[in-house]
Structure formats: structure tokens, C-alpha cells
Design a protein around this ligand. Structure first.
Ligand code: SF4
Length: 509
């Protein structure tokens, strides 16, 4: 590549400061106030065990502070997407405002419950009583299978003990989770916090006796549970890829209803399509299920995935080979039909970044940098190895600064990234695509994935002249003296001359 990224140095220079312990003592302070103070307060409030588990599940690196949306959105979204599930937030009003706004922006059709607090109810413990009352009022078996309560930053730091809520009210499960921004680095991992908590309860129920069957009945073939939110067509494509192995696609976790949790636990193996579901994987392993990382993307990725899934499910080598012969030519053809030519940097916080990078490389693109806000786990190792062997630098827990640095240094033909990365790229006249809205929202698996990704990426690469024209047209607008509201015609401000030292430099203190 010829370009090296000194990201360690950059991180040292951009380290965020700690802040006041008063951060925990009022409504409205949180992720912008300082993680160290919040953590210290939570430890002092008896939350050490919870924080220790979060630290183990979601190891923190330089990217240990929310740099995108509030992490709790991941848990909230999982709860809101489940049938017969009520979700209640306990946190500062400003956090709840942002979270409800975002959830409705993303199409939630459900109400979000909220238990407000003030300094007095927080300090006296009345907040916990209010939460318990809210849960009691909500947990009606005719309406719900489960009530989820999510402690945000301030109640977690204050030790509001959701673990003391009743586990069940009239058959409605009560799931209390702590999802503080100072303990869960990304909204992706927050999905795992709730999915893992639900799997744990469902597993315990399944051990007690018979449980509800899946809505469509049990699969006749051994099923592979799929871990990670993905484009709706992908589980269907994966089902078609599994068929020649004599297997079926099982439920996707996070599930859309409670009974699917039992179906997922009943699987022959788990495909960790998204590799950061550490708590969920712990529950699957406790249920004795083998877990396979990566996903069927591209030719190499699909071949290796079919082999590992087949082996995990006890499929014969001959059957696996026959499945590969049947499936791979179609994917090879789709990749060849729409090659991608160009240098692409890629960054995101969904957890599927390495899979997308693999598909881009197999399509012919040069991908020198992949940044993911998610942590390194055993389940993405095959993807990391594959990418690094092809010259891609993989950065886990990448910060925004890492991604921008890569963009500036590597000068790609196309930047795929988060909103601020895309903004920086467009300002420079570089075509750019939003990872979450434009890449996550399309199929990736099998031949369908290859064709779909190439279509959007090639269209963006062809847009370079338009970006250049836009940059030339808007250059200088909204920056420097041309920014803000002015009563008069703005004039270029001339920077004052640097003061000339009166003494020679050598004599200065
Ligand atoms: S709950 Fe979310 S928005 Fe509120 S302080 Fe914590 S990380 Fe920030």
C-alpha cells in the first residue's frame, strides 16, 4: 500500500478526559460527563459484578465511549421488535428522549415505557419502587410474554437494583438489564445484552419442562440458528445454502418472539454471522451447541463456511463437497458478472464490516482498511486472517479518529462508513456510502449478496465526477467566514500576525 497508519499515536493524542463524580448525582448527565466517574460511582453502588461481566463480555479498547448513538438503543430495538414484549426505560429524560426519537425514526410501532426520576427518588430508592410498580402495572399475561426493563447510565451508576425485580408476574417474564454507555461500548453489543439475558431465561425454562414449539412447528431437518440481525432475505438465502447439507436455517437471534428462543436453543449448531454476541454464545454453549463463526459471503467464504457448518453438524465430507459443487459456481458467476474496480475504505459499527470487506475483495476491489467499532472475538478470526492475508488492515474497536485518519491517508476511490466519515469524504469530493443505511440494508450472502453489493458500490464509484462538481460548486460555503448568520456581507477575516518575541528564543523561559 505504501501508506502506514500510526493510529496508536493518534489515539494517545485524542484520549478523552475523565470528569466529575457529580455526573451521577443528577438528571441529565451521562456519556458526555465522563466514564471513569460513572464507573467509580457504579462500583461504589454495588454494581461491581455487573460491570465485571460487561467488561469480560465487551472488552474495551480505545473506542470505549459512545461515538455514535447511545448504546442502549441496541437493547431497546431488540425489545421493540419482539412480539408481546413491553420495554421500559429507566434513565435521564434527555437519554430517553433521544432513544425514543431514534427508535421511532427507525420505524418502531410500539410505545416505549419510561419511569422518570429526580435526585430525591434516585437517592432514597423510590425510583426502584416506581420501576417495580410500572412493571406490575404492565405485566398482563393477556398482553405480554415479557417485560424488559433497561437501566441507562445514571440508574446503573447509582446501583438501582433491577436484579431484585420479581422474575415473573402472572407468567410474564421480567427481564432487567443494565446497559450503561460506560460499560457497553456499542449499540451492537447492547443487542447481545438483551438477547443473552433472554436466552438465559429461556434455557432455564426449557430445562424445567416442555416449552412452546416454534410458530411453524419444529423443522424436520436439523436447524442452524443464526446469530445477528441481518437483511431479511439473508436467512432465506442461507436456508437454500444449507439444504444440500440436509440442514435448515433456524431462528435468527435476536428473535422476533419469545417462543423462537426455544427453537434457537434447540439447534444443531449456531452460525455466529455477527461475531460480537458473546453473552448469547455463552448461553448456546451452556446448552451444548457448537458455534461457527463467519458467514457464506463470496466463493472462499461460502466454501469455508459450508465445510465448518457441515463438520459441526456431523455431515459427511462427500455431502459437503457435493453441496459446494452445487452452490459455488453460481456465486463465482455473480462475482465475475459485476466486478468492482477501485480502492475502498470501510468502517462501521454493525459487526458485519469484515464480511462486507471480504465480499468487496472477492469482487476485485482493493480494501486497505476495515474499521469496526466491535471488539475482536474468536468468531471473526477466520475473516480477519483472510483479509490480512490480502493486505487489508483490520482495526477492531476503531474510533472515529481511526476511520478519518485512514480516509485521509489512504485516499480511497470510495469510502463506506458512518455518518461523519461519509461527510468528510464528500467534503473532499470522494464518493461515499453510509454503511448502516446502504450496505447493512441489503443482502450479503450467496450469489444474491454478490450481485447486490456490486450494484450499489459500482454506482457510487461512477459518481466521482458528480462529487467533484458538487465540491467545486460548494467549496468555501458554510466554512470559516462564510459560516453563521450575518447582518452584513461577510468578509474574509485576516488572521492577526503572530507576535514577534521581544527576546531572542534562547533567552525565553
Ligand atoms: S444512557 Fe446513553 S445517552 Fe444517556 S448518558 Fe448513557 S450513553 Fe449517554
Amino acid at each position: 500500500m505504501g501508506v502506514s497508519l500510526d493510529i496508536a499515536d493518534l489515539r494517545a493524542r485524542t484520549k478523552s478526559p475523565a470528569a466529575d463524580i457529580a455526573a451521577t448525582q443528577g438528571d441529565g448527565l451521562g456519556c458526555h460527563a465522563g466514564r471513569d466517574a460513572m464507573r467509580a460511582a457504579a462500583e461504589a453502588a454495588g454494581m461491581s459484578e455487573t460491570l465485571e461481566q460487561l467488561r469480560a463480555d465487551y472488552p474495551q479498547g480505545p473506542h470505549d465511549q459512545p461515538q455514535s448513538m447511545c448504546p442502549a438503543f441496541g437493547s431497546l430495538r431488540v425489545g421493540l421488535r419482539m412480539r408481546r414484549t413491553a420495554t421500559i426505560l429507566s434513565g435521564s429524560a434527555c437519554c430517553v428522549y433521544g432513544l425514543t426519537f431514534t427508535s421511532h425514526f427507525y420505524g418502531a410501532k410500539r410505545s416505549v415505557g419510561y419511569v422518570p426520576f429526580n435526585s430525591e427518588t434516585l437517592v432514597t430508592g423510590k425510583l426502584f419502587e416506581d420501576i417495580r410498580e410500572a412493571v406490575r402495572a404492565t405485566a398482563k399475561p393477556e398482553d405480554y410474554d415479557a417485560v424488559v426493563v433497561i437501566n441507562l447510565c445514571v440508574p446503573t451508576a447509582s446501583g438501582v437494583p433491577l436484579r431484585l425485580l420479581p422474575k415473573e408476574i402472572d407468567g410474564v417474564r421480567v427481564i432487567g438489564i443494565d446497559v450503561p454507555g460506560f460499560g457497553v461500548p456499542t449499540h451492537a453489543e447492547a443487542k447481545d445484552v438483551l438477547a443473552g439475558a433472554m436466552l438465559k431465561v429461556a434455557h432455564a425454562e426449557a430445562e424445567q419442562g416442555p416449552v412452546q414449539a416454534p410458530r411453524g412447528g419444529r423443522s424436520e431437518r436439523p436447524a442452524v440458528a443464526l446469530l445477528g440481525e441481518m437483511f431479511p432475505a439473508d436467512p432465506v438465502v442461507i436456508g437454500a445454502l444449507l439444504e444440500p447439507l440436509g440442514l435448515a436455517a433456524g431462528p435468527v437471534v435476536p428473535t422476533r418472539e419469545w417462543r423462537e428462543l426455544y427453537g434457537a436453543l434447540d439447534c444443531a449448531a449456531v452460525a455466529a454471522i455477527h461475531p460480537f454476541y458473546t453473552a448469547s454464545i455463552r448461553e448456546f454453549e451452556a446448552a451444548g451447541r457448537p458455534v461457527v463463526g463467519s458467514a457464506p459471503v463470496g466463493v472462499d467464504g461460502t466454501a469455508a463456511w459450508l465445510e465448518r457448518i457441515g463438520e459441526a453438524c456431523g455431515v459427511s465430507a462427500a455431502t459437503i463437497e457435493a453441496a459446494k459443487q452445487k452452490i459455488l459456481p453460481g456465486i463465482r458467476g455473480a462475482l465475475a458478472a459485476q466486478p468492482i474496480r477501485g480502492r475502498i475504505t470501510l468502517s462501521g459499527y454493525e459487526g458485519s464490516e469484515l464480511l462486507v470487506a471480504r465480499l468487496l475483495v472477492e469482487s476485485g476491489a482493493e480494501v486497505p482498511y476495515v474499521g469496526t467499532a466491535c471488539p475482536r472475538t474468536p468468531w471473526s478470526e477466520v475473516d480477519r486472517d483472510w483479509l490480512e492475508a490480502r493486505g487489508t488492515q483490520v482495526r477492531y474497536r476503531a474510533s472515529l479518529e481511526d476511520d478519518l485518519f485512514a480516509l485521509d491517508q489512504l485516499k480511497p476511490d470510495l469510502a463506506i462508513g458512518t455518518t461523519p466519515v461519509v461527510q468528510r469524504a464528500k467534503e473532499a469530493g470522494t464518493p461515499a456510502l453510509y454503511f448502516t443505511n446502504l450496505i447493512s440494508a441489503r443482502p450479503l450472502m450467496g450469489a444474491a449478496g454478490a450481485g447486490s453489493l456490486a450494484t450499489v458500490v459500482n454506482a457510487a464509484l461512477r459518481n466521482k465526477p458528480r462529487f467533484d462538481a458538487m465540491r467545486d460548486f460548494f467549496e468555501g460555503v458554510g466554512v470559516g467566514h462564510a459560516a453563521g448568520v450575518w447582518q452584513e456581507v461577510p468578509r474574509v477575516k485576516v488572521a492577526p500576525k503572530a507576535e514577534v518575541p521581544k527576546k531572542p528564543i534562547g533567552e525565553m523561559a
